[in-house]
Design a binder for this molecule. Structure first.
Ligand SMILES: Cc1ncc(COP(=O)(O)O)c(C=O)c1O
Length: 486
């Protein structure tokens, strides 16, 4: 594993340029820690004490909380090289590498070229550095190519039998649905979809009930319910399906649990050993702001109190490292097997590890709180102007919150325009072209219970490079545009 140590030296290799940390001033130390240098130095200041919405929460109080730490978040915003002529609010589709991540990527690419380096590695040292930020051991954290690739690893590696039923929702992404459909055609599994509620009138208990009811119906019909698969959050409405609560259903029925967590790394500070799902596939290139073609796949490889069910029978399907004899030992580096598939692009994973180190250094909980507070602020402002019924994302149950906000921007008299794909797309395009901030947002279509056609909800991502002023300007522009599109 010699080259693995070399990999780790690359993470934060620029330390040398900064001199001896003992000689940094307190201000410099703080700033550099934010940028990803000097992890492990003194703890950061108090967090923004929010992250959930409640009846007493007003847009004004959320704004105050966001502005409390303004200087800190301005320095975080300066970590990035984003084009200042635009306002990037579609992190749910693509993040952006911070300068230091770009530096590591560039330096390591050049080093690799100069030394004609290879990528034959399971990247253990990098996985050791990254895994604690996700609450798991390195042998449970694999680097994948992205969320979709992780979902293929997870779903297509299971020993499906004809008639096995997977209970999922009708708001899943193609990244998870595609391997499910392959398993259906190849092994004869059945897919049972729950119709997703939308809007603020739902709680975590709604999801427990929906999954419980469906499983009971299937079992009563003699079906072999084998697994649950769901997105937390869904890309369509940003609803955070409550993992801990749904894991209660999984454990009660002895099921395999597969979470499409595309948006979780870099947004939420979850501890995956505590949550205990069998698989969580997330993106490295979205909220975690690593390079494209990177993902983080968590594979349960230990029976812990959080999930006492036996490990599911599963085989790697995309690997060049497999030792059948190891499979049932707890020391089995299952994630190493998934990460290893011929020669990989080492600088890409070194850059991902750098991004993860910066997030750990800022504090994953601090980022989660800030992102969710920005989203709650946006949701409250939308509820004030358009009415709470215009929201597709829930706002009042803290367990259902994510940093994705989806809503219907069209005014009351023409709110059905949200079923007009072209009009919704035109709204998104004009937010970019017609306003000086050039807002980048997106729309996504989804079924709404009782609606004759799909809705094309408008979706906004709020992340660590935004502040309350960005949300204010966005809401004003969207209100103005909705008026023009009446
Ligand atoms: C819920 C969900 N799953 C999967 C994906 C696919 O992500 P990736 O490009 O990382 O494969 C996305 C992308 O937006 C998503 O939102």
């Amino acid at each position: 594993m010699k080259h693995n140590n070399a990999e780790m030296h690359a993470v934060g290799a620029a330390h040398g340029e900064l001199g001896d940390p003992r000689h940094w001033t307190a201000k410099r130390r703080d700033f550099l820690r934010i940028l990803g240098y000097g992890a492990g130095a003194a703890a950061l200041g108090p967090l923004v004490a929010c992250g959930s919405s409640s009846a007493a929460t007003t847009a004004e109080s959320l704004r105050e909380q966001l502005m409390k730490d303004e200087a800190f978040w301005t320095s975080v915003q300066n970590m990035f090289t984003l084009n200042p002529d635009k306002t990037f609010m579609n992190i749910g589709t693509a993040g952006s590498m911070p300068k230091l991540v770009l530096d590591v990527f560039d330096t390591e690419n050049r080093k690799k070229a100069a030394e004609s380096g290879n990528g034959y590695s399971n990247h253990l040292a990098l996985r050791q550095a990254v895994a604690p930020g996700f609450g798991v051991d390195p042998e449970e954290l694999a680097f994948s190519a992205n969320t979709s690739s992780g979902m293929c690893h997870a779903i297509l590696g299971l020993d499906w039998k004809a008639g096995d039923v997977v209970v999922t929702t009708n708001h899943e992404h193609g990244g998870g649905d595609t391997p499910l459909n392959i398993a259906k055609d190849r092994y004869g599994i059945e897919i049972s979809r729950i119709a997703m509620p939308v809007g603020n009138n739902q709680t975590a208990a709604t999801y427990v009930e929906l999954f419980e009811q469906r499983i009971a119906q299937l079992k009563a019909a003699g079906k072999n319910v084998r697994a649950m698969m769901w997105s937390s959050p869904t890309y369509k409405t940003g609803t955070m399906l409550p993992i801990a609560d749904l894991m209660g259903v999984v454990k009660k029925h002895g099921l395999i649990s597969i979470v499409d967590g595309a948006h979780l790394p870099g947004m939420m500070a979850y501890n995956y050993a505590d949550l205990g799902m069998d698989f969580m596939s997330g993106a490295g290139h979205k909220w975690q702001c690593g390079p494209g073609s990177t993902g983080i796949l968590i594979i349960r490889n230990k029976v812990r109190a959080s999930n006492p069910l036996p490990l599911p029978k599963w085989f790697p399907v995309h690997t060049s490292s497999y030792n059948a004899a190891d499979r049932n030992t707890t020391a089995y580096d299952v994630a190493g097997s998934v990460t290893t598939c011929g020669s990989t692009h080492t600088p890409m994973f070194q850059a991902l590890a750098q991004a993860c180190q910066q997030w750990d250094s800022i504090g994953r909980k601090k980022i989660e709180t800030y992102d969710l507070t920005l989203a709650s602020y946006l949701k409250e402002k939308i509820a004030e102007r358009w009415g709470v019924e215009s929201l597709y994302s829930p706002k009042d149950d803290p367990k259902l919150l994510s940093a994705l906000t989806s809503f219907n921007p069209f005014y009351k008299n023409n709110k059905d325009d949200i079923m007009d794909s072209a009009k919704s797309s035109s709204f998104v395009a004009r937010m970019l072209s017609d306003y000086p901030q050039h807002f980048i947002i997106r729309n996504a279509n989804f079924a709404v219970i009782g609606a004759p056609k799909d809705h094309y909800g408008v979706r906004v991502s709020t992340h660590l490079w935004h502040d309350a002023n960005d949300v204010d300007k966005l809401v004003d522009a969207m209100w103005d545009l909705a008026n023009k599109m009446k």
